[in-house]
Structures are given as structure tokens and as C-alpha cells.
Ligand binder design. Structure first.
Ligand code: TTP
Length: 662
């Protein structure tokens, strides 16, 4: 359910940075001979050459698309280089991509509040940095402006066959410009510099959108790819939004977008403008109605969260066609793999970032052999998360059994046969920082682990991903009910909220499928070992062959050996960023950083699951409770007005009546 937040100011400077063909770039850095070659990364499952999950820009020019399988891509582009995603535990291993994403985040976090939105996307709040720059240097007096800034695309700026860079230069340095445009110009300079730093230090190119809010920045970042940036001026917002298909908007790719289309005849964002806020509130409730009215006008108050680490950890695999799992034993076998991997990542997160997860969710896609109820989904099930691979497995098996019983209903009992599982995943969510000074908690969790021998990450990479890498989108549902399964079993909750969170990191909500990889975000540590090894292999010649896209020359010239700098600085930066994001003590934090830290800390505390506290040894329970008590916040009043589009809120489509256009 979208949340309508009033825009705090339309003078904020927000950037959305999105890596270009990310997995391909990571593979090209690892194997420099692939640079400049049409390249794609394929799934673990090699059927028909494997499904493509990332396609390089050279291959795109030859007509290769992500929806293709390797064999088809070869037909379209015979010289294509197909690289298989790394494999561990019989499934894809995304560690290398997660770590690469962490390298980038640590660089981008240098200039402002940074929110890691997915494995390769970051939001930045650059308001303070832009204001400081503007104060220090009036833009009209800028003597030289970097080429990369001049290559920016300024939406709404008419070029009319003139020298585009000159027009951009004029726009950037206008004396009479609106203050908000001047701040955007500063944002563009800062983002261009950050993108060049990313290229110098990681060899990756990225694209960016710079705007006054997150929604607009995200829309713009993909408009000019690869290795370019796009600026959304206030004056351009109407023209940008009006023709956009409604389903392309964030949070409108699902049921709500469909309802707008079918019930109101809204196909583009512009179509939404004809509805008054009262009408939208009457139809969709106060909050969603306000949010929709705002979306149509490019208003969004969403803040950039100071978060460099993932919100959840997940491990999943798909079992398409004949490979569907048809017995409980087969499901348990795979759950063991998934839970071990999840446990390792949780332990690593605990050790590295001092964070603990509180909720375990099992999600599956299933079918019945004689399917009379095909639309019935396998229910996602949650319970409090207990640390240790053995406990996670035990709980996951119970969650699966509970889900299976519900899925089969009166149709049959849950014995083997008559059903198949095509997708299975376990997710750990509600991750919060352990308060400083409670290292005994770490020991406690460690002691619980039956399977896990060491807290150190294993040399062999562990796999979070499946061989299909795709899981279909779910809709946001607020309903939650509990199913006791008795005995000593954990209480199982049918709670889709944590899965929704797991799903919302998907790149394009309008697409039917999204990768689970988007949910499995990297650890914040820098993969030093990997980088050192690879550095030696990268020759100047290989880098020189890097692709030259139209309008990207200035940034690509940094693909030279001398441009790589030491990682010390970024490591330093990362540690302060991590401290800030997780409220770790640091004498060097400024007052505003401290405030931000406290805010995010409070938010996390609110989410803490009491049952997890109850699992701690008595001496620690009191310590944690004391820490929790003063932090509790009063919940915002989220009461909403009634909605006449009942079916949007109800699982049963038949319950509603069609509203009329206002
Ligand atoms: P995207 O950012 O969607 O795409 P991209 O970075 O490959 O290309 P672009 O330049 O157009 O942004 O996804 C980031 C990575 O996530 C991508 O490189 C591979 C992975 N991914 C999947 O594994 N499965 C998917 O379905 C998608 C969309 C992405």
C-alpha cells in the first residue's frame, strides 16, 4: 500500500544512481577480454542456453534482449559471449555481484545520505552538499565545467540542433535561474563527479537521475543509458509524467494500477490529473487517494533512508517444468541448502554489521496436479527467526508444511503426490542493529548454531539465488492472520508484509517477473581479495577496447590503469557510513548525523519482535528491554477513509462495483 507523505520541500536534491548492465560489467571486470564484446550473463539452468539475466549494451545493439534464452541470443548475435552466473550449492551464487554493489555504495555515500535500494541502485540525498556548493561558488562564475556534467540531459531544455553541451553550459550557469534549478545544477556537478569516482575506483559505469524527489529521480535515471545522467527540472515534470503509462509508475504495476485502468480508464499519469483529490480519496481511501493525486503531479515526500545495508536476506530457487519438487523429502533437501546459505549470510551480517534479523518467511509457488483452483496461491508463512542453520531449517520445514496444508485445503492431505513446488525461498527480515556493548548476544547466537562451524565466511561462495532468478511479483496485502500449529512449533503467521518488502526491491514493478537477485543485496565489506586478484589481470589494452557509446566518451576514458585508486579511502568512508546508518557510536558524528542516526534507530526499534527478546538468556533480556523502552514511538495515525473500490482492498474481485469517473 503506497504511503502519502507530504513533500517537505521542493528544493531537495535527490539522485537515483543505477548501474549499467550490472552483472555484465562485473563479469567484464573479472574477465577483461570480454570488454567491448557483446556479452550477456545467463542463468544457472542451461536449458536452451540459459535464460539471459543481464545483457551488455553492445549485445543490445544487435537485438539481444533479456527475455531471450542463450540459444536465441546466439541466433540474433552469433558473436555473443555468454557468461554463466557463478554457481554454488547447486544454484546461482550472487556474492560477487553483491560485493561489487557494496564497492559502489561505499563511494556514492561520500557526498550525502545514501540508501541502497537494490543490488545495483542507490538513492542519494545531496541537498546539503548542493546548498554548500552554491553558497561557496555562484554557478555563473564557474570557470570550467567538467565534460561529464556538460553531457547531462536537462529535461525540457530545447536544443534545436544547436551544440547541446553549450546549451547545457548556459543552463547550468544562468544568473537569473530559479534557486531550485541552481541547486539541481549543483546536484548534477556532484553526481557527475561521483560517477567518475565510481568509474575510476571500480571500473563500473552508472547512470543517474537528478531531481527534487525520489520518484522523479528514479524515473529519470533510466532515460539515458549507459553512463549518462538526466536532470528533471520543475518545469519539465508535467511533460515527463503526462504521457507515462500508469503501470510504469512505482507501486502502480500491480492491482492498484490495474484498478485505475479498468475502473477509471486511466492509462497514463496524465489521465489521472482529471480526478480531484476528494474523488480519489473516496475511491481508494484517504491515504492512497492522496498519494495518487500527488503522483500525478510529481509530488513525493519519500525520504532517502540512510541505509547502506540490505533490509532483508533471502535465498531461493526455482524448479521449472519437470524439475518441480513433488515430495516433502525433496522440498526438505532443498530447504536445507537454502537455510544453510541464509544462516551463513545472517552470521556474516551479525559479525560484520552487528545486525540481527527477527522474522523468517517461507514463500513458495506451487501447483496441484488436478488443478481446480488454479488462482489459489501458496501462502507465504512467517515466524520469529531463530539463529542457527538447524533451527532455521526446522522452522522452515514447519512453515512449508503449514503452507502446504492451507494450499491443498480440503482438496487432499499434504502427503506426497498430487502437487508440485516450482519456486521455494526463505527470507530473513526485520533486521535491526544489536546495541553496542552487547557482544554477548553474538556469542549467544553463535552458540545456538548446530550446523554452523565458523562465523567466518566460507571460502566457497554461498548461493542465494536460483537457476531461474525470477519470481513473480506479489501484491501488497495488509491482511495478516495467525495459524497455530501446536506443540513446540513456533507460532506461524501468514504475514505477507515481509515478503512484500522482499519483493519491492524489484526494479520494474510493471514487469511480470522480477529477479530474486534484487532482494539479495550485498554485504557492505569490500571484496579486497577479489579486487586484488583481478587488478593484476586487467591490462591497458583490454581497457582501451572498452565500448564507446554515443555521448559517453568522457566517462569511459577513465578506463585506464592509472585511474584506479586505492581503496583505503572508500573503506574509511564505508565505515563511517555504516556507523551512521546503524547508530554505532562515533565521536566524529555531527549533530545532524546524530539526529538522523537516532531517528533511524528509533524506527528499527519499533520493529523489534518481542519473541526474539524472549529467546535471549535472562541476563540479556533485561538489558535489551531497558534499551527498547524509552525508544518506542507513538504510531502515526494511519486511519483511512472508506473506499468505494472495495475489490482493490479485498482479495475477492467480485465484491466491488465500478466507480464512475468524476
Ligand atoms: P537491472 O538494473 O534491471 O538491469 P541491468 O543493470 O542489467 O541493465 P540496465 O543498464 O538496463 O539497468 O538489473 C540489475 C541486475 O540485476 C542485472 O544486471 C541482473 C540482475 N537481474 C536479474 O538477475 N534478473 C532480472 O530479472 C533483472 C531485471 C535483473
Amino acid at each position: 500500500m503506497p504511503v502519502a507523505r507530504p513533500e517537505t520541500s521542493d528544493s531537495r536534491i535527490i539522485a537515483h544512481v543505477d548501474m549499467d548492465c550490472f552483472y555484465v560489467q562485473v563479469e567484464q571486470r573479472k574477465q577483461p577480454h570480454l570488454r567491448g564484446q557483446p556479452t550477456a550473463v545467463v542463468q544457472y539452468n542451461s536449458w536452451k542456453g540459459g535464460g539471459l539475466i543481464a545483457v551488455g549494451y553492445e549485445a543490445r545493439k544487435d537485438g539481444v534482449k533479456r527475455s531471450m534464452r542463450g540459444d536465441e541470443a546466439k541466433k540474433v548475435c552469433p558473436q555473443i559471449q555468454l557468461v554463466q552466473v557463478p554457481v554454488a550449492r547447486g544454484k546461482a551464487d550472487l556474492t560477487i555481484y553483491r560485493n561489487a554493489g557494496s564497492e559502489v555504495v561505499s563511494i556514492l555515500a561520500r557526498k550525502g545520505r545514501c540508501e541502497r535500494a537494490s543490488i545495483d541502485e542507490v538513492y542519494l540525498d545531496l541537498t546539503e552538499a548542493a546548498e554548500a556548493m552554491l553558497k561557496e561558488t555562484p554557478l555563473e562564475s564557474l570557470e570550467s565545467i567538467d565534460e561529464e556534467v556538460l553531457k547531462s540531459h536537462v529535461l525540457g531544455l530545447s536544443v534545436n540542433g544547436n551544440d547541446e553541451k553549450e546549451i547545457v553550459r548556459e543552463w547550468l550557469t544562468r544568473r537569473d535561474a530559479d534557486h531550485r534549478d541552481k541547486l539541481l545544477a549543483c546536484g548534477a556537478i556532484i553526481v557527475a563527479e561521483l560517477r567518475m569516482q565510481v568509474l575510476r575506483e571500480t571500473e563500473f559505469t552508472c547512470s543517474a537521475g537528478i531531481a527534487h524527489n525520489k520518484m522523479l529521480a528514479k524515473l529519470a535515471s533510466g532515460m539515458n543509458k549507459p553512463a549518462q545522467q538526466t536532470i528533471v527540472t520543475l518545469a519539465s515534470v508535467k511533460g515527463l509524467l503526462e504521457p507515462l503509462p500508469i503501470k510504469k509508475m512505482k507501486q502502480l504495476g500491480g492491482k492498484l494500477g490495474s484498478s485505475l485502468q479498468t475502473d477509471l480508464g486511466v492509462d497514463t499519469v496524465g489521465d489521472l490529473l482529471q480526478f480531484s483529490v476528494e474523488k480519489l480519496q473516496d475511491l481508494y481511501g484517504s491515504n492512497t487517494g492522496t498519494w495518487l493525486w500527488n503522483v500525478a503531479r510529481g509530488i513525493s515526500g519519500d525520504e532517502v533512508e540512510g541505509r547502506l545495508l540490505p533490509k532483508s536476506h533471502g535465498s531461493g530457487k526455482t524448479f521449472p517444468g519437470v524439475r518441480a519438487l513433488k515430495t516433502v523429502a525433496a522440498v526438505e533437501k532443498w530447504l536445507k541448502e537454502l537455510c544453510e546459505e541464509l544462516s551463513e549470510r545472517l552470521q556474516l551480517d551479525l559479525e560484520t554489521n552487528k545486525r540481527v534479523a527477527h522474522t523468517l518467511t517461507l514463500h513458495a509457488h506451487a501447483y496441484k496436479s488436478t488443478d481446480t483452483d488454479s488462482h489459489k496461491k501458496f501462502p507465504s508463512k512467517s515466524c520469529p527467526l531463530r539463529y542457527g542453520a538447524g533451527k532455521i531449517l526446522e522452522d522452515s520445514v514447519n512453515l512449508f508444511q503449514a503452507g502446504l496444508c492451507e494450499f491443498l485445503g480440503s482438496y487432499m492431505n499434504s502427503a506426497d503426490g498430487g502437487w508440485g513446488i516450482t519456486n521455494l525461498s526463505v527470507t530473513a527480515s526485520k533486521i535491526v542493529a544489536v546495541p553496542s556493548g552487547t557482544c554477548s548476544i553474538t556469542k549467544y547466537f553463535h552458540g545456538q548454531d548446530r550446523f554452523h562451524a565458523s562465523l567466518e565466511p566460507s571460502d566457497e561462495k554461498f548461493a542465494p539465488e536460483d537457476d531461474n532468478l525470477s519470481t513473480s511479483m506479489t501484491e501488497s496485502r495488509s491482511a495478516s492472520h495467525q495459524t497455530e500449529i501446536g506443540g513446540e512449533q513456533p507460532q506461524i503467521t501468514h504475514d505477507t508484509s515481509s515478503f512484500d518488502q522482499y519483493e519491492t526491491t524489484c526494479k520494474d514493478e510493471a514487469s511480470a517477473n522480477c529477479s530474486t537477485s534484487k532482494h539479495h543485496e550485498p554485504q557492505p565489506r569490500l571484496p579486497e581479495k577479489e579486487r586484488n586478484t583481478n587488478d593484476g589481470k586487467r591490462s591497458y589494452e583490454q581497457k582501451r577496447k572498452a565500448p564507446k557509446e554515443k555521448g559517453t566518451s568522457s566517462i569511459l576514458r577513465f578506463l585506464q590503469p592509472s585511474s584506479c585508486s586505492s581503496s583505503n579511502q572508500e573503506a574509511k568512508c564505508l565505515s563511517s557510513g555504516v556507523q551512521e546508518a546503524f547508530g554505532m557510536e562515533s565521536e566524529s558524528l555531527t549533530e545532524s548525523q546524530n539526529k538522523r542516526r537516532t531517528d533511524s534507530w528509533r524506527y528499527n526499534v519499533d520493529d523489534i519482535d518481542q519473541s526474539v527478546v524472549e529467546e535471549l538468556p535472562p541476563e540479556l533480556q533485561e538489558e535489551v528491554r531497558t534499551w527498547l523502552r524509552p525508544q518506542k514511538q507513538v504510531k502515526a495515525n494511519t486511519e483511512k477513509r472508506g473506499s468505494s473500490i472495495a475489490h482493490y482492498f479485498s482479495p475477492n474481485k467480485n465484491e466491488h462495483t465500478n466507480p464512475k469517473k468524476s
